[in-house]
Write a protein that binds this ligand. Structure first.
Ligand code: HEM
Length: 143
């Protein structure tokens, strides 16, 4: 029973984290159009800061911690092929998250180093990683 409660918490945290990972680059797309130092520039900086600190970081931490606990309480082993393949995707999401935090830092310090098109392309990354992760954890193809 405990494993099911932990899995429920894991999946809810995944939803919240993924929502932030999809939404933040969208904010960056429109932020690139705002004049440096304008009211709207400051508004986007505030929205991005709140999204990262209030939703993405806590949800990411709960996703990872609940995942680790799940391995233990569900009797899986860290050597299971599906879990290793899944964790590769998870590593990709963690790297992606930290890149987004760096872009938010750049906007906060008035550095406009990347184009609107760059953020539109970056926005597709979590979709690919999510499909990879969900296939490995649900289907568990044998490798
Ligand atoms: C340290 C990172 C993580 C670990 C150790 C981990 C581990 C696990 C384990 C052991 C399960 C239970 C599998 C089962 O009962 O069949 C699970 C379920 C799940 N995980 Fe993770 N996970 C992690 C991160 C993630 C991330 C980042 C995502 C999505 C973006 C994710 C999505 C899911 C989903 C959708 C399920 C439910 C699968 C099902 O019920 O069939 N996990 N995870």
């Amino acid at each position: 029973m405990l494993a099911l409660w932990v899995k429920a918490l894991h999946i809810v945290a995944v939803f919240a984290w993924m929502a932030g990972l999809f939404y933040l680059p969208r904010l960056f797309v429109y932020h690139t159009r705002q004049e440096l130092g304008s009211d709207s520039d400051r508004l986007f900086i505030h929205m991005e800061d709140r999204l990262v600190k209030v939703i993405m970081r806590p949800a990411g931490v709960v996703t990872l911690l609940a995942g680790v606990v799940l391995v233990g309480v569900s009797g899986f082993s860290w050597g299971d092929g599906w879990l290793s393949a899944k964790l590769l995707g998870v590593l990709g999401l963690v790297i992606y998250h930290s890149s987004l935090e760096r872009y938010a830092f750049e906007f906060r310090h008035g550095r406009r180093l990347r184009s609107e098109r760059f953020f539109r392309v970056v926005n597709e990354v979590p979709t690919v990683l999510l499909v990879w992760i969900v296939i490995w954890v649900v289907v568990k193809p044998s490798i």
